[in-house]
Design a binder for this molecule. Structure first.
Ligand code: PMV
Length: 320
């Protein structure tokens, strides 16, 4: 009744922002992401009849505040009549800072819980269970390039390409640590209800998805760079146009953006994307990784830089 799984965060190149059904956590738009290799969350789930309630430890600390979402996700995988569970999570990167820690956490949680119950659900079912907990988590079930599409009253995720077929590097510039000011669910609802740009954002998403899909099929870096930056800045424009405004950037985020523009002006194949947090993620060809890392490290107020290739989807690992 115990199993352990590991999952990597994913970074959306065509973003999910806004929900069409808050209760069921269904996104308003499709999205395309890349799954990282070197950042990960390892999660063990042990169902134990002697426990009275679920317990959760994250990086060796009890985290009762995060428990309701975890328990609800376990109910979805194992049924409400399940035994209570001991959940132990550990990650090698900061949580709740716009680095998609919830994506890797819930992807690992559903895989571990499924293995612990012995149900053996398929990847598509696990993706939709992870997505019910955190929209972006559905994509971390798949490696490389993944697309999430709305399918009836559910989501469907598929792999567009493996990491090996088009290996790119991701350089993450950490500009602030600590939890973000507004959680993504609350911020998405503020945008949906108040941003004058929200409806256009939803209407246009299919165009960006088609362009990114084609760029990935053709392995056309310039095309992917152009549509990914456009889609990212459009999402943040929706947020900035909300009331109250949702602004995740700080001055170092903008300084990093200028660093990327300077690299591009020198002919380096690199582009940026930014999620619901102040970190900037630069995507580049592996050959340019060292100079992108160097340039971001030298950018004012950057606290740390993490580097990762693209990796595989969530999977069970040996218990230990
Ligand atoms: O999965 P959530 O609810 O944390 O939302 C993720 C939202 C973005 O990271 C901003 C975009 C995305 O598609 O991952």
């Amino acid at each position: 009744m115990k199993a352990t799984a590991r999952a990597q965060p994913n970074i959306a190149l065509i973003k999910y922002w806004g929900k069409r059904d808050v209760d069921r956590n269904l996104p308003a738009v499709g999205s395309i992401s890349i799954t990282l290799a070197d950042l990960s969350t390892t999660m063990s789930v042990e169902f134990d009849a002697s426990l009275r309630n679920d317990t959760l430890s994250v990086n060796d600390r009890d985290k009762p505040a995060m428990l309701p979402r975890v328990s609800a996700c376990l109910d979805n995988v194992a049924g409400k009549q399940r035994e209570a569970a001991r959940v132990i999570s550990s990650g090698n990167f900061p949580i709740a800072a716009g680095l998609a820690s919830s994506a890797s956490a819930f992807a690992a949680l559903v895989v571990a819980a499924d293995a612990a119950t012995g149900a053996g659900l398929d990847t598509a079912s696990l993706a939709s269970l992870a997505g019910a907990a955190s929209g972006s988590a559905a994509r971390s079930l798949y490696g490389g390039y993944a697309e999430l599409t709305n399918a009836g009253d559910d989501v469907a995720v598929r792999s567009l390409r493996s990491a090996d077929e088009w290996p790119l590097s991701v350089v993450v510039a950490i500009t602030a640590t600590g939890p973000k000011a507004v959680g993504s669910t609350e911020a998405m609802e503020i945008s949906r209800k108040t941003s004058p740009f929200y409806s256009r954002w939803v209407e246009q998403q299919e165009l960006d998805l088609a362009e990114a899909r084609a760029a990935i099929a053709e392995r056309d870096f310039g095309k992917l760079a152009s549509v990914a930056e456009h889609n990212c800045l459009k999402m943040h424009s929706v947020m900035w146009g909300s009331r109250p405004p949702v602004v995740y950037w700080n001055s170092a985020t903008l300084a990093c953006m200028q660093t990327i523009r300077a690299l591009q002006a020198r002919g380096v194949a690199v582009f940026f994307t930014i999620d619901a947090g102040p970190q900037l993620k630069a995507v580049c060809e592996p050959a340019d990784e060292a100079q992108v890392r160097e340039a971001l490290t030298a950018t004012e107020a950057v606290q740390d830089v993490l580097v990762s290739g693209l990796g595989k989807g969530a999977a069970q690992v040996a218990d230990g």
